[in-house]
Design a binder for this molecule. Structure first.
Ligand SMILES: Cc1cc2nc3c(=O)[nH]c(=O)nc-3n(C[C@H](O)[C@H](O)[C@H](O)COP(=O)(O)O)c2cc1C
Length: 189
């Protein structure tokens, strides 16, 4: 099984992270990190409380404490074994930390380590509108080696509901890691 780290932060759209988790953990081991503010948004948007999360994930998911800076995945010698790090959704706060090499929690540290060890790192951002600071941090993060996307569902596949829109965005993130899925119908011309 390939190994991934999936991080959910306090941006709107935790549903993107949950859908990626569902798909990825079918055939991969996933370390799941949720920031303190991520838990707040998780409860507000999805009605999922921190204490309920463990029972909602399968045996391939390892739920790690975001404050555990001594976690194995905080070290380059372990993170090189991973196929990728995904932050979805990624808040502007977490983007700023990653872009500027600041490690205030395990999510920032894992991204910092992933970039120095050349482990593919994908940030699925969510904010609107974007300030100059946001844009500059995006550019910095891109130059540092991150893959950057702002969650932008398309309409050409004719989504019928919110799930269709979420699946499209989650599917595009998985495409970046060449993970097979059937979350959206591919464009056939
Ligand atoms: C309901 C809710 C929705 C939020 N949506 C966003 C968002 O879409 N993008 C963003 O950058 N911050 C958003 N925030 C603010 C972040 O949670 C806040 O900046 C926080 O410091 C992020 O912390 P983290 O990066 O450690 O998760 C939201 C906060 C709440 C309570």
């Amino acid at each position: 099984m390939d190994k991934y780290v999936l991080c959910i932060t306090g941006a709107s759209g935790v549903r993107y992270g949950l859908k990626i988790l569902e798909e990825l953990s079918k055939n991969n081991q996933v370390y799941l990190l949720i920031s303190q503010n991520g838990y707040i948004v998780l409860e507000r948007e999805e009605g999922i409380k921190r204490e309920d999360l463990k029972s909602l994930v399968n045996q391939n998911v390892i739920l790690e404490n975001c404050r555990n800076i001594a976690s194995p995945i905080a070290s380059g010698s372990r993170l090189v074994e991973f196929k990728g790090v995904i932050v979805a959704p990624c808040s502007m706060n977490t983007l700023a930390c990653i872009a500027n090499g600041i490690a205030q929690n395990l999510i920032h540290r894992v991204c910092d380590v992933a970039l120095k060890e050349n482990v593919k790192t994908f940030l699925l951002l969510r904010e609107m509108p974007l300030s100059l600071t946001h844009l500059e941090n995006m550019l910095k993060a891109k130059k540092a080696g991150c893959d950057i996307a702002v969650a932008s569902p398309a309409f050409y596949h004719k989504p019928k509901n919110i799930d269709d829109m979420v699946n499209f965005v989650a599917g595009k993130v998985l495409d970046a890691f060449r993970v097979k899925h059937n979350l959206y119908q591919r464009w056939e011309g």
